[in-house]
Each structure stands twice: as C-alpha cells, then as structure tokens.
Design a protein around this ligand. Sequence first.
Ligand code: HSE
Length: 403
Amino acid sequence: MVNIAVLGYGTVGSGVVEVIRTNHESINRRAEEEINIKYVLDRRDFPGDPVEDVLVHDYEVIVNDPEVDIVVEVMGGIEPAHTFVKRALEAGKSVCTSNKALVAKHGPELVQMAKERNINFLFEASCGGGIPIIRALNKSLTADEIDEITGILNGTTNYMLDKMSTEGSDFSAVLKEAQELGYAEADPTADVEGHDAGRKIAILSSLAYGKFVNYEDVYMEGITKITQEDMEYARTLGMNIKLLATSRKVGDSYYAMVAPFMVGKSSPLHSIDGVFNAVFVHGNMLGDAMFYGSGAGKLPTASAVVADVVDEAKHLHRNIMTNWTNQPLPLTPLDHVHGRFFIRVKDVAVDELEEAFGKVQTVETDALPEEMGVLTSVITQGAYKAGAEKLGDRVISMIRVKD
Ligand code: HSE
C-alpha cells in the first residue's frame, strides 16, 4: 500500500479525492499498489463529507508520519506551500503539486532536493490542466532539441475571449462565470494580466531548454485592454484573439512572452475555444507537434495530479525528472523579435502610416467609421515601437499577429 496525504481540500484537492475514489481500481492496477488517502489537510471542517474520517488540521501529523510516502500539494500560493513541500522532501516523501506559482518560483530548488534524495517532485498539473505536456517534455520528446513552444496556457482567459467574441459578453460578467466554473485563480488578476500563463511558459521552457527560465524575465501582457472594437476587427479579418504564451530559440538566444494575438486561420491555435488549452512544440527532429485538452477545472487538473501520484508510487525510490537544472537561462529583450502587428489608428493617412511602419494593409469596418485598422508587414518589435512613438496618441491600440 502507498499512503498519500492531500494538502488542501479546495477545488483541486476535492477533485483529487474524487478521482482516486472513482477510478480506484484502474489507478491501483496502473500503480501496481493500492493508493490510500491517509490524510487530507485543511483549516476548515467538512461535516458530513466522507473526507471527515481522514481530515487533519495540523501538518505535523503528516510530515512526522513515516507511513506517508507521497504528499500532494494542492493548496496554491507560495506560503505555507513552499515550507510544507520542503519539509516533506527533507523527510524523504515524494511530492506532486498543481501549484504553478510554487514551481515557477522554487522549481529548481525543489527538483534538486528530490534528485539528491532519489525521490520525486512532479508537477504535471501546473501547466495545461489535464494535458500531459510536462510528461511529454520530460519523458517523450527526449530525442529533440526543442526550439519553440507556443500555447494557449490559460483556460480562464481563453474561455473569456471566446465568450466575448461569440456572444459579445461583458468582461466582468464572463470573468465571474469563469470563477464560478472553478477555472480562475483565487485572485483572477493572475489570469487576466497574463501572469499565470507567464509562469506556465517559464516552467515549460525550463523543461524544454534544460535551464531555469525565471518567469519574472518573461514579458507579460494580459487581456484587460481587449475590447469589443478589437473583436469587431478580428471578425472582419477572419481571425480570433487569443492570449498566447510563447518562447523561442533564435540563433543562440531565447525570448519568452505572453500577449494577446490576432490568430489567423492557418494557425492550429485559431480554433482552440472555451476552457481548452493547446501547446504547440517544435523540435529539430520531430518538426511540429501539438497537445490539446481541458486546460483548467477541478477534474482535469486533478486527473493530472493523480497521474503524478501513480508515477511516484511506481518510482518511490528512483528520481525520474530528466531535464531541469539550476543554471539560469537569460532571455533577450523583444526589440529584435520579428512579427506582424495589427494597429488601430485615428486621423492618420496611409502615407504617414507607411513612413512609420513600412508597407501596411488597411482594414476598415462600417461599425467603426471614426478609425482605421492596419496590418503591418513583418517588422521587428523595435520598429513597431519607434513607429508608434512617431504617431503618438493617434495610435489607439496594437495587437500582435500570429498567421
Ligand atoms: N486559472 C488557471 C487557468 C487554472 O485558467 O488556466 C489552471 O492552471
């Protein structure tokens, strides 16, 4: 028997208990051991809930119990999660977590602690909800040099942008819906400002490139400035607005960013709707691969957490994380990064626009007679910035383009 303790009985924690109870036979068969939930830790009481029998309020009970083999951290936030995880690893217990904030900030330290003790610190549920992308990068794509990861990595904002586009929903109302559905973070600022996707692309990039990408170095822009006017242009262009998280190797340097993009029909990310996530990976041998699935929510996230429990139960005294070192990976500024830009302007003639940005294609919509949209050719971000400075407040807004 393998005993586990679940830290936190919130959305994901209650999902972990539900997944293990619902699928216990097939999970035990795959783990080749019986997975037993010995403890659930939470500050609150849950009268009448079957979890009452195993509920504890004091972490000391768990960390000091030599029968606990695996600690499942699904509390979220940095503290006390960080302290609890470190103490579990020090006590020789493997840990799995869904906590992106913890992995993005303390991943190198925790991965190293597990390695030194020949136990495991796994975090499949930290990126892409139920999509097994961490396992793919850690175990499957090991023959390749990966040079690009681009994905829709936040379910909340993808759900919101989809509803804003197809139903004309209001930003605050649709955010509230995403919260009620259990998609959003406790503080949804992390979702809508792009920080959650920024942490996830930092984690995936660290695994793909084998060095630590600090999420604080990732350029992050969220969806709070996206309006119905932008949606109107997207419809006119036959594009969809998506919050993309991307990192790429260009020559010998790497960059990473999160920002809203106008995504064209030729991109496989164009039609990823609702709460779904998708991660596109390019490898020098593999070429293209894309991973797709439920990106947030109680059961998809819990499914990924429990997959880590199974892996850890099968490898109780063998470390299986292959490609994450403490060595930092410096990111280059975005000024040299190439792309096309969609720009909304007012009171500017095409000649002046072309002086600022080079060749442009105009986009007009009857719904917005006071302004004009333009698509640039491929230029650098530095060139965009310089052009926008020339035009000053006649630039209403800009969205990057992914063809
Ligand atoms: N708030 C996150 C999202 C949860 O919407 O993607 C899953 O990590």
